[in-house]
Design a protein around this ligand. Structure first.
Ligand code: FA5
Length: 352
């Protein structure tokens, strides 16, 4: 092999290697380039080096000298590329950081204020010994009215005050769980429950006393939406049935609940009222950083209700209460219009 040809191969190799190592931008491409040029088996340097054996003996010293120079240059180019990548000065690795730019705010989701209120209420009632239970939102006549001592003729059953889903023969104290005799079987109308008191009945039907439950969920009434009313809203229902339960227990539990939720500055008052399923009945009002606000109703479970679920009214007594969740949430956060809770305006919701 002529010296000229060998030197030309070396020159080509040196020039290819210089530009290949200069273009390596990360460790992965650097390794590929290293194997291509400096690889022990099949590397281009090795291949050119083999040509040295064919160079005329007289030219070998000059050819070998040049080969060593090119080898050193290629190894230097490899080391320089490695350093450049390690120090991050390679163009693609360089990260520009301008500390004067405003930061990027992370968009984190959160729980809806009503969900937060519900979770908080469950937690407080749990500490007072009440177990949280759920009930269906589509109810039958028995659980929404009849078993709650709301008779056939009661105005609370008015179709204008309820979301009925099906027509049907309205029951006349026909317990759907009692054995059916002759003609007493009837199809019950179904409706979206208008109160969570339905859960009281469902729990007592299935459980022997004592009972100590709380139920939080959606209820539906065809009320016109205004600042304090919405056709779908939430209630918290509490029920305690045991021997010798009194009105004093009811008042203590509601007071403790309100104080735990709002702190010691809260004031609670009970006004005589009427609900078909409690006797005596009271309206519960609360005063916290503002005027009095109606929260809901309460009372001692009516003996007719205890009888309807098969409890002995001469052995056990109980109290029940049902409070509006939205009203409590609104008072806590200073929200003045219930509709804000259901507009799904993220600018509003982001505040909670
Ligand atoms: C009841 O629903 C009874 N079930 C409460 C009860 C339970 C009494 C157990 C006795 C024993 P009332 O209809 O008053 O009661 O509703 C209770 C609360 O729900 C109200 O005080 C109010 O805070 C809330 N509420 C009623 N209607 C709406 C509405 N359209 N929008 C928002 N909140 C409402």
């Amino acid at each position: 092999m002529a010296l000229q040809d060998f030197l030309a191969d070396l020159a080509q190799l040196a020039s290819d290697a210089q530009s290949a190592f200069a273009n390596a931008t990360d460790f992965e491409s650097l390794e590929v380039t290293r194997i291509e040029f400096l690889g022990a088996k099949g590397g281009r340097l090795r291949i050119v080096q083999k040509g040295l054996g064919n160079v005329d003996s007289a030219d070998k010293p000059a050819a070998g000298k040049r080969l060593n120079e090119v080898k050193r240059n290629i190894e230097d180019a490899f080391r320089a590329a490695k350093e450049k990548i390690s120090s991050g000065t390679s163009t693609s690795q360089r990260v520009f950081f301008d500390p004067t730019l405003p930061g990027t705010r992370l968009q984190l989701g959160g729980l809806h204020p009503i969900t937060q209120t519900i979770e908080h209420m469950k937690e407080i009632m749990g500490r007072l010994g009440f177990t949280a239970v759920d009930g269906p939102e589509i109810e039958d006549d028995w659980h929404n009215f009849e078993a709650l001592n709301i008779p056939y003729s009661h105005p609370a059953r008015d179709p204008l005050d309820n979301f009925y889903l099906t027509a049907g023969a309205r029951s006349h104290r026909t317990n759907p769980h009692a054995p059916v005799h002759g003609k007493s079987q009837c199809i019950q109308p179904m409706l979206l429950r208008s109160q969570t008191s339905t859960v009281q009945i469902r729990v007592m039907e299935k459980t022997e006393p004592p009972v100590r439950i709380v139920s939080l969920g959606r209820v539906y009434r065809p009320d016109t939406a205004d600042a304090t009313h919405y056709p779908m809203f939430h209630q918290i229902e509490g029920l305690l049935v045991d021997r010798r339960v009194t009105m004093a227990d009811l008042k203590s539990v509601i007071r403790l609940f309100c104080q735990d939720y709002f702190g010691d500055n809260v004031r609670v008052r009970f006004r005589p009222s009427f609900f078909p399923f409690t006797e005596p009945s009271v309206e519960v009002d609360m005063n916290w950083e503002g005027g009095w606000m109606e929260m809901g109703g309460a009372g001692m479970v009516d003996p007719n209700v205890l009888e309807a679920v098969g409890y002995p009214p001469d052995e056990v007594t109980g109290f029940a209460f049902g409070l509006g969740v939205e009203r409590i949430c609104m008072r806590q956060h200073g929200i003045t219009d219930i509709r804000d809770l259901y507009q799904n305006d993220v600018r509003f919701l982001r505040q909670f």
